[in-house]
Ligand binder design. Structure first.
Ligand code: ADP
Length: 773
């Protein structure tokens, strides 16, 4: 707004106008006097009268004008002042003015809102009442320094201070002080911005970040708790923090973490941390029960709290505890002590509750993980129990079955009538089927318990597979099927792997092909799919012209106990385990198995296996000539009439062994426990020991170890043959480690046993140091 012209200017202009008008009047008058011949006196009188008139007119105009201007300007100025006041009142920031002595002169509405005082309460009061001591002295210093120089500059530019609310609570403020001249007086203006919310939001973010950081890397509350309590303690100024977790089983709160600002307070938290709280007991228990935040401003008045006396000893006069809760389930409690904990305002709770929620989520996650672990362990234990059960049942069934198989074979080697022979052969085939089933069950139990391991021994591939293929050919022939096989020229002669398990895969796939092919042919081929210097991947294919498999069953048949349909199962028999075992065995050989099939047209089962490449042994030991007939009499003194100690507890097996061994006229000494075997060995000399692995009192392994130790002292080298129903790699290793010379898998095949004994008697092994032959 433009200011009005000054009084001096108006006066000067008026005089100028009067003088000019008078000069003009005077000049006009002189001409009139000359022309009209008027008297000089009249002219003079007229001139002076004119001058007076002009002066009067000018003065009046000046006076009127001045009055009008001034009153207009006064109204305008008043309006401006009003507007300024309104602006100050409506300002979002607190605006406070104070004089050079620091006395408050004005206090706007935002200041009232920020500090809680009305203007009447603060006007004339020192500005220091609004600022905490340290900060207010800084402001006083600013004002003090600024008083002598008066240049209207800003004293400080937006610094952070702590203000004090009327309630005593501290508030974060950003404060700028400047000085102005008002009515020639020096006045200081403070413009204050409330930072409490911003600070609270920042604090909340910091706390949440810290909690996330700690909980992210921690395995339990004990690990993360102290750092989180410390972060809260530092942000709030509360020197003691405890973190409690609900023990749902015991129905108690247990302290998981503590934090103290000063080491002197250690005994206090130790005292508190050792306590346990049922719902309702002490401060944490009350929070647990009520599920709400609890603040105690003055502990002195809380006589029922057990922490009270010791807290007061440490000048911890107030406490605050809040629930750690998720989905209405109490999971823990946060507890704090301090000399003065103000009643928690919204900002404080807004900072603490998100952290409590993070803690709750962490506790819940850990609880879920523990429950999951427990469930997994329980499931594993149940599965192990099932496998154990399956394995022990099948073992229990296998033992008598071995007796039946063995005795049938012995009986078949005696003179029989044709009818007896026919019946016995039926017994033999039934017990073979039963034994195969038991073996499947045992294998499946091993697979389920992930205990199936494979051997890795060098073997000659064709000789290892051909007996199996020949047996299958006989089976096919009996069903009028044409079975032929082809082993590719690239397939190496020697490989490293588990020959028995490879045979098992072929037995299953080719056996199924024969079983499910009423007419036509079955073909097996084996080729090389890939070859490196160290490994060879073999690809096998069993193709038949049988009944085929429906398309929707193709992926299911590899699952345990799955058969295409009930009618087939009834017609063809089987357990539905064969393919499961075969596919697992193939997987263990780093291969895979898959099938292509068309209903009524036939099926093709493909598989790959990865085997090691082996060099043929340089000095091949002469293979022992296969026994044509183990039951025929033998005249070789090296292998007959020896002293044999037999440790076997099963009566059927004893009869079986006796029937086999008497063919060589050995004299037998029997032991039914491991202890008895060791005792007998210490008392006498034996050419050979047959040791069942599963003996009562002391098992065959331990008995072997003791006999071996005794023999070492006496410089003897007994031949010990282990008889084991568990013919896995691990069992074999354990047998040999215990000191057995060889081992024979049960059911004992007479020919195998006779051949092994003959072989060892003819070529006794060299000095037996470690027990490994
Ligand atoms: P099992 O033969 O003991 O029943 P398997 O696991 O070996 O168990 O086979 C599962 C099922 O897959 C068989 O019951 C049969 O229905 C089907 N199957 C397997 N091989 C063939 C095949 N070559 N031709 C037709 N069906 C087959």
């Amino acid at each position: 707004m433009k200011r009005p012209p000054s009084t001096f200017t108006v006066l000067l202009l008026s005089v100028l106008v009067v003088v000019l008008t008078w000069i003009l009047g005077w000049v006009g008058l002189q001409q009139l006097v000359d022309r009209q011949h008027l008297s000089e006196d009249f002219a003079l009188w007229f001139a002076y009268s004119l001058l007076l008139l002009l002066l009067l007119v000018a003065g009046s105009i000046l006076l009127i004008n001045r009055t009008l201007v001034i009153s207009g300007w006064a109204a305008l100025a008043e309006r401006e002042t009003q507007r300024g006041r309104k602006i100050v009142e409506a300002a979002a920031d607190a605006i406070i003015t104070f004089d050079s002595l620091g006395r408050i002169e004005s206090f706007n509405a935002a200041a009232t809102k920020l500090f809680g005082y009305t203007p009447q309460e603060v006007l004339g009061q020192p500005i220091s009442m609004l600022i905490v001591a340290d900060d207010s002295s800084q402001i006083e210093q600013l004002v003090h320094d600024a008083v002598p120089t008066w240049d209207g500059r800003v004293l400080n530019n937006q610094s952070m201070f702590k203000g004090r609310h009327k309630s005593g609570n501290l508030i974060s403020i950003e404060l700028g002080v400047s000085k102005i001249i008002d009515d020639d007086r020096k006045v200081f203006v403070q413009i204050i911005r409330d930072l409490t919310e911003r600070r609270a939001a920042e604090r909340q973010r910091r706390l949440q970040y810290e909690a996330a950081l700690q909980l992210g890397g921690a395995s339990d509350l004990r690990q993360a708790g102290p750092a989180i309590l410390q972060a809260i303690g530092r942000a709030t100024g509360w020197p003691v923090g405890l973190l409690w977790e609900v023990d749902h089983q015991q129905g108690l709160l247990r302290c998981q973490a503590v934090w103290i600002a000063h080491e002197q307070m250690r005994p206090f938290v130790q005292h508190l941390g050792q306590q346990i709280h049922p719902p309702g007991s002490d401060l944490p228990g009350r929070v647990w029960l009520r599920r709400e935040c609890r603040w105690i401003g003055n502990l002195a008045g809380e006589s029922t709290l057990s922490a009270r006396p010791i807290a007061l000893d440490y000048r911890l006069n107030s406490a605050l505890a809040l629930p750690i809760e998720l989905d209405k389930q109490m999971l823990g409690v946060l507890e704090f002590y301090g000399p003065h904990i103000p009643e928690p305002d919204a900002a404080t709770l807004n900072a603490l509750f998100p952290v409590a929620l993070q803690l709750a989520q962490f506790i819940r996650r850990k609880q879920d993980e523990a429950a999951l672990r427990l469930a997994k362990e329980t499931a594993e234990a149940a599965s192990n129990a099932k496998s154990e059960f399956l394995s022990s049942v099948s073992h229990e069934v296998r033992t008598p079955l071995h007796g039946i198989v063995g005795l049938t074979e012995i009986l078949l080697s005696t003179d029989l009538t044709p009818k007896q022979r026919e019946y016995l052969e039926l017994v033999q085939s039934s017990s073979d089927t039963l034994l195969a089933l038991m073996n499947d069950m045992l294998d499946f139990a091993k697979i389920e318990a992930s205990r199936m391991t494979l051997e890795a021994i060098p073997f000659e591939l064709k000789p290892a597979l051909e007996p199996t293929l020949k047996t299958l050919a006989v089976r096919a022939e009996q069903r009028n099927l044409h079975f032929h096989w082809q082993i590719g020229p690239q397939v190496p002669d020697w490989v490293v792997g588990d020959p028995l398990r490879l045979q098992q895969v072929l037995l299953n796939l080719i056996g199924n092909a024969i079983k499910f092919t009423p007419l036509g042919e079955v073909h097996f081929s084996l080729d090389v799919a890939a070859h490196t210097s160290r490994e060879v991947v073999l690809r096998g294919c069993v193709r038949d012209t049988g009944i085929g498999i429906p398309a929707d069953q193709l992926s299911l048949i590899f699952e345990a106990f799955s058969q295409v349909d009930g009618s087939r199962a009834r017609k063809y028999g089987g357990t539905g385990l064969g393919l499961t075992i075969a596919s697992r065995l193939v997987e263990l050989m780093d291969g895979r198995i898959w099938v292509e099939s068309e209903l009524t047209q036939g099926s093709s089962f493909h598989f790959t296996v990865c085997l090691g490449v082996a060099e043929p042994p340089r000095s091949e030991t002469q293979p022992v000539a296969a026994l044509e007939d183990w039951a025929s009499p033998c005249d070789d003194p090296a292998v007959k009439g020896k002293n044999v100690l037999v440790a076997e507890d099963n009566p059927v097996n004893r009869i079986l062994l006796q029937l086999i061994l008497e063919k060589r006229e050995h004299s037998l000494t029997w032991a039914t426990t491991g202890t008895a075997a060791v005792k007998l060995f210490s008392e006498s000399t034996y050419d050979l020991i047959l040791m069942d692995v599963q003996l009562p009192e002391m098992d065959g392994m331990e008995a072997t170890r003791q006999i071996r130790a005794m023999a070492r002292e006496q410089k003897r080298q007994p031949i010990i043959i282990g008889l084991t129903a568990h013919a896995s790699v691990e069992d074999r290793r354990r047998c040999l480690e215990a000191g057995m010379t060889r081992y024979i898998a049960k059911p004992v095949q007479p020919v195998d046993l006779i051949q092994t004994i003959d072989d060892l008697l003819r070529h006794p092994p060299a000095m037996h140091q470690s027990g490994l032959s």
